[in-house]
Design a protein around this ligand. Structure first.
Ligand code: SAH
Length: 254
């Protein structure tokens, strides 16, 4: 295990999120969607090993007991108290971009350990009605869950409801001690490596078209420090991922 305190997730054993609380040493009928996924894409058969987790911490090694047409019964062993969380909690506040870019940002930032992803409707975001915004939020939450199944995290990054950027800024509490707020801005920002080490970080990334000037003013007024990622303009999803990778390498667990 080297310097890593927690075991790395095994690539070979499928991991499935279960939204209701789990308990050790019990047979469990998997909900239909999970059973279909486990029996279909994952090809799990009686006797096969899997790992279940419910997002409240740790995981449960399990084994398939029976498979039916639409159901699967598994038996849980003991609880294993492993986490694969970064010591640096980062929340990604992401200006909403086009569908594939957003899915990419949610998936990759979950892999890189963010504790939450706040989708923000910016002036230059594609328009999104209230109903679609709710559907989208549910979809992004599912993307975050699959990323955790795949990468070994037992804690799911939350995806709160979409908020307009400037309304969201007014909901932020005063900055806590050791907390940093950084906004990625291609012009006028400092390089990451010259910034003070954060204990907790709120990282704001603009949509495809960037922030409107009036948004940028409100953002800096809310205590966000401008951060630049070198001389090249990155796509919004690249910018967030690149920053998260560098931040985890400098102050987290990469
Ligand atoms: N023409 C836009 C570019 C937007 S790129 C502009 O000038 O703002 C989309 C988002 O990615 C930006 O809002 C910013 O948050 C981030 N970004 C892209 N390249 C960056 C860089 N080199 N440094 C800092 N942030 C960057």
């Amino acid at each position: 295990m080297g310097r890593h305190a927690q075991p790395r997730a095994s690539m070979a054993i499928p991991r499935i999120f279960h939204s209701a609380p789990l308990a050790s040493h019990q047979p469990l009928v998997l909900p239909q969607a999970a059973a279909r996924h486990a029996g279909g894409a994952l090809r799990l058969r009686p006797g096969d090993a899997l790992v279940l987790f419910d997002g409240t911490g740790g995981e449960y090694p399990a084994r398939v007991l029976r498979t039916g047409k639409r159901e699967m019964v598994v038996t849980l062993d003991g609880h294993r108290a492993v986490e694969r969380e970064s010591p640096l909690p980062v929340t990604l506040a992401q200006g909403i971009a086009g569908a594939e870019r957003m899915d990419f940002a949610v998936q990759k930032s979950s892999e890189l350990g963010v504790v939450a992803i706040q989708p923000l409707a910016c002036l230059r975001s594609p328009p999104l009605g209230a109903e679609r915004a709710t559907k989208k939020t549910e979809h992004w939450q599912r993307v975050a869950i699959s990323a955790c199944e795949q990468c070994g995290r037992n804690r799911i990054p939350g995806v709160p409801p979409v908020l307009p950027l400037r309304r969201w800024l007014t909901t932020l509490p005063p900055t806590a001690a050791g907390e940093q707020r950084w906004v990625l801005l291609p012009e006028g920002g400092q390089a990451l490596k010259h910034l003070p080490p954060p204990n907790r970080l709120l990282l704001l990334v603009g949509p495809e078209g960037g922030f409107a000037p009036e948004e940028a003013m409100d953002i800096t007024a809310a205590g966000f420090r401008p951060v630049a990622l070198g001389p090249r303009i990155l796509r919004t999803e690249t910018a967030g991922i690149a920053a998260l990778g560098a931040i985890q390498a400098l102050w987290g667990d990469l």
